[in-house]
Design a protein around this ligand. Structure first.
Ligand code: ADP
Length: 260
């Protein structure tokens, strides 16, 4: 089994000729709990979409769980997109929505079996959604809907879980509870979470990467005050991590910086 959950080599990507990511190279070991941080428009969402194969890199290679063909491993990867309200009026119940995650695109029209239903209920239970199982998605708050999206991803027991701004629409106490839950899930699952707010994730994640056109990555165990100063000193986020308070005012200029 490959020790790497994610291996990205020399990846670049542009939308209609506008370069968003350039020469991105990093590897995430299994078991990691990594936050992708950075300013709006820095390319965090684009990077997640590249990882799950929704976008194709212009150059470079991406391997997940040791395999280059994303189709081969997609059933072992959970992806929680940003809550864009698109599912809000879909006439499905919470249970249906989570079961759909279990069935996947190939079995959309098939029937769920008892194993699927047990897995869906376990995911609902983990996310504290059992009491809402028969409610329609449109009746839920944004925070509850976000938990449904996570439960849907969990229903397949993914080895790698990718989440895009999962707490964007919930209040701070719900946010902390949510990250506690991710920490618990991290015992079995590699987690990569996008956030624009390091202070929200700092006491939970073990590694951080700043995405702003380029990517600067600090693996677990390498974050010390010195490395913060040396490499995060120019990252455009306010840092409070690992018990080390940092206020960082400068910015990475596009095109500088590399994998550390
Ligand atoms: P982040 O998640 O860090 O906020 P994104 O990956 O969403 O950044 O966006 C990176 C850049 O790509 C932004 O300048 C954004 O406007 C642009 N962009 C995102 N999606 C598209 C798209 N579908 N078409 C064209 N440009 C896009």
């Amino acid at each position: 089994m490959s020790p790497w959950a994610v291996e990205v080599r020399d990846v670049s990507f542009a939308y209609n000729g506008n370069t968003v990511l350039e020469d991105v190279t990093f590897s995430v070991p299994r078991g990691e709990f990594l936050a992708l941080l950075g300013p709006n428009g820095g390319g965090k969402t684009t990077l997640l979409k590249l990882l799950v194969g929704l976008l194709r890199p212009a150059t470079g290679t991406i391997r997940l769980l040791g395999s280059e063909g994303i189709g081969v491993v997609l059933s072992r990867v959970g992806y929680v997109p940003q809550d864009t309200n698109v599912n809000k009026d879909f006439p499905a119940t919470v249970e249906d929505a989570v079961l759909m995650g279990r069935l996947g695109p190939l079995r959309w029209l098939g029937r769920s079996n008892s194993e699927d239903r047990v897995a869906a209920w376990e995911a609902l239970e983990r996310m504290g959604l059992k009491d809402l199982a028969r409610r329609r998605l449109g009746e839920l708050s944004q925070g509850q809907r976000q938990r449904v999206l996570v439960a849907r991803a969990l229903a397949t027991s993914p080895e790698l879980l990718l989440l895009d701004e999962p707490t964007a629409s919930v209040d701070p106490s719900a946010q902390n509870a949510f990250y506690e839950l991710l920490r618990e899930l991290n015992r079995r699952t590699t987690i990569i979470v996008v956030s624009h707010d390091l202070s929200a994730v700092s006491s939970y994640v073990r590694a951080v990467a700043c995405v702003n056109g380029r990517l600067h990555y600090h693996p677990s165990g390498e974050i010390t005050e010195e490395t913060f100063q040396a490499t995060w000193g120019r990252c455009p986020v306010e840092l409070i991590a690992h018990g080390i308070p940092h206020r960082v005012l400068g910015e990475h200029r596009r095109g500088e910086g590399e994998h550390d």
